[in-house]
Ligand binder design. Structure first.
Ligand code: NDP
Ligand code: MG
Length: 386
């Protein structure tokens, strides 16, 4: 079957990997055509993608970059949409069959929700959508009989472990975490770490925001919330184990005590491909695991004291309602401030702690209230740093 693909955030790490996967799948007999691509600021990468994949349209959300693109490039038969409105317009179109949602942060929420409303199949990398709007998304998926497949490697692993287990009861899932670049550092060393140290992830090459989230281990906290909504679990059914080699991508324990795990080399192309071809598995020539050399796979519990962002994420999930939105907004702003060298690494968790201790938020679960809360938290954090 031919699949007409729209990629939100095609110029990012997941977006570029997705296009590689599509190219490889087409070389192996599949029929994926790229209909729409979107970028925020990386217009030169977008131009290369247009040359290679000939989409019908693109959206460029940064208006300055949109103007530069129009000045610099002239593509025949290409629709170029401007700004966030352009992204929204694409999200509501009827002519693509699959959305790869790979925007970063809450910017991905509304466009993804729009595509679900239209009943599109969704391959989801943008975990923040489920963190802030998991309840709304799940209701919509049911209402529209729409399929959402995870791209996040841990969630893909769990999804793969659950395939064929329709009649089994899950005791719990076990999310693995690499522990990031600061796993072996003590609190004092972490406190004095630089932006460069935090961006130096041992196993994965990803966008800057998720790389900082991995250093604070906030990423695992966001993934616990993501898993809660994806697999309809209680928070107590989600465990975290630190596994520095990132070979076991996650596990499911069933009610008989049996545990299934999914393994593979750490390469996002694998979970992306699975989301694109599910329920089929398609040949590829990506590097494979080599068991002829000895290797150690190790597991240890997470240190919630050293990684207080992880503790705070779990607290926000326990509080429920709007609190994951508060957590996410404070985190997005704190990570940006850290990336701009305006705060120290440890300030990130302090900003989150302060935002979550506020109790004046409405718990109404609507897109409007999520947007309002997100904006309020951002403004209140930024007020202290402008
Ligand atoms: P990147 O930062 O590499 O890419 C983000 C994409 O979104 C880019 O195309 C970027 O455009 C675009 N973008 C950024 N800000 C905005 C905005 N305000 N409005 C519209 N578009 C915007 O991120 P990643 O690919 O690393 O991550 C994407 C998502 O996938 C995140 O939710 C992340 O948590 C998740 N994920 C990522 C993994 C990875 O390996 N990278 C693994 C698992 C999950 P441009 O580049 O043109 O500025
Ligand atoms: Mg992950």
């Amino acid at each position: 079957m031919s699949e007409k693909v729209c990629i939100f955030g095609s110029t990012g790490s997941i977006g570029c990997n997705s296009l590689n996967v599509i190219e490889n799948l087409n070389n192996n007999g599949k029929d994926f055509s790229v209909l729409y691509l979107t970028a925020n600021s990386n217009i030169d990468v977008l131009a290369d993608q247009i040359n290679k994949f000939s989409p019908a349209g693109v959206a460029i959300t940064d208006e300055g970059q949109y103007a530069k693109f129009k000045e610099k490039y002239e593509f025949r038969n290409l629709e170029v949409l401007k700004g966030r409105e352009g992204l929204f317009e694409l999200s509501a179109r009827d002519d693509f069959t699959l959305l790869i949602s790979s925007l970063v942060g809450i910017s991905g929420m509304e466009p993804t929700v729009n595509a679900i409303r239209k009943g599109r199949r969704i391959a989801l990398a943008n975990k923040e959508t489920l963190v802030v709007a998991g309840a709304i998304v799940n209701d919509l998926l049911k209402e529209k009989s729409c399929t959402l497949l995870p791209i996040d490697s841990e969630h893909s692993a769990i999804f793969q472990c659950l395939t064929g287990e329709m009649n089994s009861t899950i005791s719990r899932i076990i999310l693995t975490a690499s522990g990031g670049p600061f796993l072996k550092k003590n609190e004092e060393e972490i406190k004095n770490s630089t932006l460069e140290d935090a961006l130096n992830h041992p196993n994965w090459n990803m966008g800057k925001k998720i790389t900082i989230d991995s250093a604070t281990m906030m990423n695992k906290g966001l993934e616990v919330i993501e898993a809660k909504w994806l697999f309809d679990l209680e928070p107590e059914q989600i465990s975290i184990v630190v596994h520095p080699q990132s070979i076991v991508h996650s596990m499911v324990e069933f009610n008989d005590g049996s545990i299934k795990a999914q393994l593979g080399i750490p390469d996002m192309k694998l979970p992306i491909q699975y989301a694109l071809t599910y329920p089929e598995r398609i040949f590829n020539d990506y590097p494979r695991m080599d068991f002829t050399d000895s290797m150690n796979l190790t597991f240890e519990p997470p240190d919630f004291k050293k990684f207080s962002c992880l503790r705070l994420a779990l607290e926000s999930l326990a509080k429920g309602g709007i609190y994951p939105t508060v957590l996410n907004a404070a985190n997005e702003i704190a990570v940006n401030l850290f990336l701009e060298n305006k705060i120290k690494f440890n300030d990130i968790s302090q900003i989150l702690d302060k935002a979550l201790s506020d109790s004046g938020f409405s718990n109404e679960m609507s897109i409007a209230n999520i947007k309002y809360t997100d904006k309020t938290v951002r403004e209140s954090v930024l007020k202290n740093y402008s």
